[in-house]
Design a protein. Structure first.
Length: 192
């Protein structure tokens, strides 16, 4: 697999040449460089997981900001040293594109931090709007199996992706097992 590498470098008296800050996306993502600190990525309309590499010899953290609603998350969102991060994207059912920014901040070299502009396709980009309209209702909900009793539990997708509800509790109606929306989101994308 070929990969696209964005190497960040900055010049400052505070920065040391020993700080490594590199973000590597898979070749099929095709990021567009805007300047030394910023680049953009166009995301498909459907649900996807995009793994990318952080190559660093320092601590780092990822912050996401959205122009409208939350449509993705990064896991893990912080660490130290090299790591594979999964950018998990939900399906965009709206006509308009979803947009936001992913800030990758390197603690030991703040001038090496990067911004990734995210733009996810919407129905406006799709020639098959009629087919998507037929499927919309099935994508508003997520059904999974309770980890304790294995009975089905259905939740709203908007609730799962709502940052304000990440710590909210969902209770299994069969065995009363409690899970947070964040736990459900991790289960949905098979993350540990």
């Amino acid at each position: 697999m070929l990969a696209f590498s964005v190497t960040f470098s900055g010049c400052s008296d505070e920065d040391s040449d020993s700080i490594q800050a590199e973000v590597v996306f898979p070749d099929n993502v095709n990021p567009t460089k805007i300047n030394q600190e910023e680049f953009s990525v166009e995301l498909k309309q459907g649900t996807s997981i995009i793994p990318f590499e952080i190559k660093s010899n320092s601590a780092w953290k990822i912050y996401l900001s959205f122009d409208d609603e939350r449509f993705c998350f990064a896991y893990p969102y912080e660490g130290a040293g090299n790591a594979t991060v999964d950018l998990c994207v939900k399906k965009n059912l709206s006509d308009e594109r979803c947009t936001g920014k992913m800030h990758i901040v390197f603690a030991d070299g703040s001038t090496k931090s990067k911004i990734v502009h995210l733009s996810q396709k919407g129905n406006i980009d799709n020639d098959e709007n009629d087919e998507i309209d037929d499927l919309i209702n099935s994508y508003y909900y997520y059904t999974f199996r309770c980890p304790l009793c294995n009975n089905p539990i259905t939740v709203l997708l908007d609730d799962i992706f709502n940052e304000d509800k990440a710590d909210s509790i969902v209770t299994c109606p069969y065995c009363e097992e409690e899970m947070t929306y964040e736990d459900i989101l991790m289960r949905m994308y098979n993350l540990k």
